[in-house]
Design a protein around this ligand. Structure first.
Ligand code: AKG
Ligand code: FE2
Length: 193
């Protein structure tokens, strides 16, 4: 992907991401549709990650990417439409994420799970390898300014549903996320009340 193409892609995906976040704020009936958009702060992070998964002679032994949830607000993913591999964990079962050509996949990240007080969940997912074909993906990670703290929205805390997550500084959460990922643990579990 050329520098110009990536720039163009990133710019357009930014709009998709904001549209999604506004729709989610509406869905949660927050009093400001820009609730999530505003939370990014002055210096939010956008990371582009291009992943290459070579075909693998022993796929049963090797993950392309081991199980994790994204530590982001949201991840915009462009997956290879020639070969599957992405799976999502639901009720203890791994499900193949279907390939829909010319479609972006949006993955809700841990930061949204925290801010929505657990109403929107950050799914555990993984990439499995296969013997036949290499696979490519481009992920755009959107994250709140690392200097900022996030916590469940006060509008989503009430007598029926107390705060399910503690306040956490994004920078600290990232450090934790990396550490936990290498140890096969989930960072989101460390901020649960
Ligand atoms: O390559 C993919 O399809 C998924 C990548 C992913 O989950 C990630 O980069 O966090
Ligand atoms: Fe991911």
């Amino acid at each position: 992907m050329s520098r110009d193409a990536l720039h163009e892609f990133t710019k357009k995906c930014g709009g998709v991401k904001d549209d999604l976040l506004r729709a989610m704020a509406k869905l949660l009936e927050l009093n400001d549709d820009d609730y999530f958009v505003k939370h990014f702060g002055e210096r939010p992070l956008t990371n582009a990650r291009c992943s290459y998964y070579p075909e693998c002679p022993r796929p049963e032994l090797v993950f392309g990417l081991k199980p994790h949830s994204d530590g982001t607000v949201v991840t915009v993913l462009m997956v290879d439409d020639r070969i599957g591999g992405l799976q999502v964990l639901k009720d203890g079962v791994w499900w193949d994420v279907p390939i829909v050509p010319h479609t972006l996949l949006l993955i809700i990240g841990d930061q949204t799970e925290i801010m929505s007080n657990g109403i929107l969940k950050s799914p555990v997912h993984r990439v499995v390898t296969n013997t036949k074909k290499e696979r490519l993906s481009v992920a755009l990670d959107y994250s709140v300014d690392p200097k900022k703290e996030i916590e469940p929205s006060a509008q989503l805390i009430n007598e029926k549903r107390s705060a399910l997550y503690t306040k956490v500084k994004i920078k600290d959460y990232f450090a934790r996320n990396y550490n936990d990922f290498t140890q096969g643990k989930m960072a989101i579990d460390t901020v649960k009340v």
